[in-house]
Write a protein that binds this ligand. Structure first.
Ligand SMILES: Cc1ncc(COP(=O)(O)O)c(C=O)c1O
Length: 315
């Protein structure tokens, strides 16, 4: 998807013009993948806008950085305020927000500890991520998800996405919109950038964190909504073939939101249409983010919406 620019990017505490947010080719991250990042959506609610689960996303950024011994010189509150400041300055809603922390220009060599930590936050318009209004046609990938104790799956690290790229490219060249990877024990894990849910016999299943999945914030939101709606929820290791015989299946993710699966490996999921449990959860999720229902879990951080896009403030 082509990137649409906005006026400002937040860098280490100040707003700088979009085109000045550049790094040196010898930065540690370019060579060794030493970055952690987030993806967050800001939704429009009529004349207002709200950032979805900002605190949880920024806490996950802090957690990812901690796993990689990357000190972030900002508190959770400061990072949240930075996001609000940026979105309000750029005046572009709805939007996708991309905070990233990485090891910058300093030393060469694998050890990152003496390379400085840089933090940038950008925001830009971004629409639907997983294609298919009538459901996504996906495959099981020949690539496994990250093995335990190799690359930590709970860290949302840039380097993890080399594995995701292999999954996504393979799906693409074979004519699918997305691939689902198994973990190294052959259990269902997740898509290249989405968590996976399955419905069978009225029960909602999803893989637990031990099956090499990211601790998805949309996943958590769906679990909260399902429990509140009285849908039985089971987090357990799931065999691949459950996907072929389930009644419903869907992806969750900040980018993918709630996207139902129409087929897996060309086998129809249920009758191929969005099933009733997926539909109920999809509606409950979109009712909250669109403002049609009350924000009863306090998931939205309000931002002021401007009439026109902002100008660079730090030029
Ligand atoms: C590998 C992977 N799994 C799952 C998710 C879904 O997580 P979230 O709902 O927090 O966006 C993402 C997206 O961030 C992802 O990249």
């Amino acid at each position: 998807m082509a990137l649409e620019t906005t006026a400002n990017i937040w860098h280490n505490g100040e707003l700088i013009p979009w085109e000045k947010a550049q790094i040196h080719v010898m930065s540690h991250v370019v060579h060794y993948g030493s970055s952690v990042f987030e993806g967050i959506r800001c939704y429009q609610q009529g004349q207002s806008a709200g950032i979805f689960r900002l605190r949880e996303h920024m806490q996950r950024l802090i957690d990812s950085a901690k796993i990689y011994r990357m000190p972030l010189p900002y508190t959770l509150e400061q990072l949240n305020e930075a996001v609000v400041e940026l979105v309000e300055a750029n005046g572009v809603t709805p939007c996708y927000i991309r905070p990233i922390a990485f090891r910058g220009y300093g030393e060469i060599g694998v050890n990152p500890l003496k390379s400085p930590v840089e933090i940038y936050i950008a925001n830009f318009p971004w629409g639907k991520y997983v294609a298919g209004h009538d459901g996504a046609d996906v495959c099981i990938s020949s690539w496994n998800r990250l093995a335990p104790n190799t690359m930590p799956s709970l860290a949302k690290a840039g380097a993890n996405y080399m594995n995701s790229q292999l999954i996504r490219m393979e799906a693409d060249v074979n004519g699918y919109v997305e691939g689902i990877a198994l973990d190294t024990n052959g259990y269902l894990s997740e898509g290249s950038g989405e968590n996976l849910f399955i419905v069978r016999g009225g029960v909602l299943y999803t893989s637990p964190l031990a099956n090499s999945v990211l601790n998805g914030i949309t996943r958590d939101s769906i679990l909260v909504l399902a429990r509140q709606m009285g849908i039985p929820v089971v987090e357990q290791s799931l065999p691949r073939e459950l996907l072929y015989i389930c009644d419903e299946a869907f992806f969750t993710g900040t980018a993918a939101e709630v996207t139902h699966l129409r087929s897996v490996d060309r086998i129809m999921v249920g009758n191929g249409k969005m099933g009733p449990i997926t539909e109920a959860l999809h509606k409950a999720f979109f009712d909250i983010v669109s403002g049609a229902a009350a924000d009863r879990y306090n998931w939205l951080t309000r931002v002021k919406v401007r009439e026109t896009a902002g100008e660079p403030v730090g030029a």
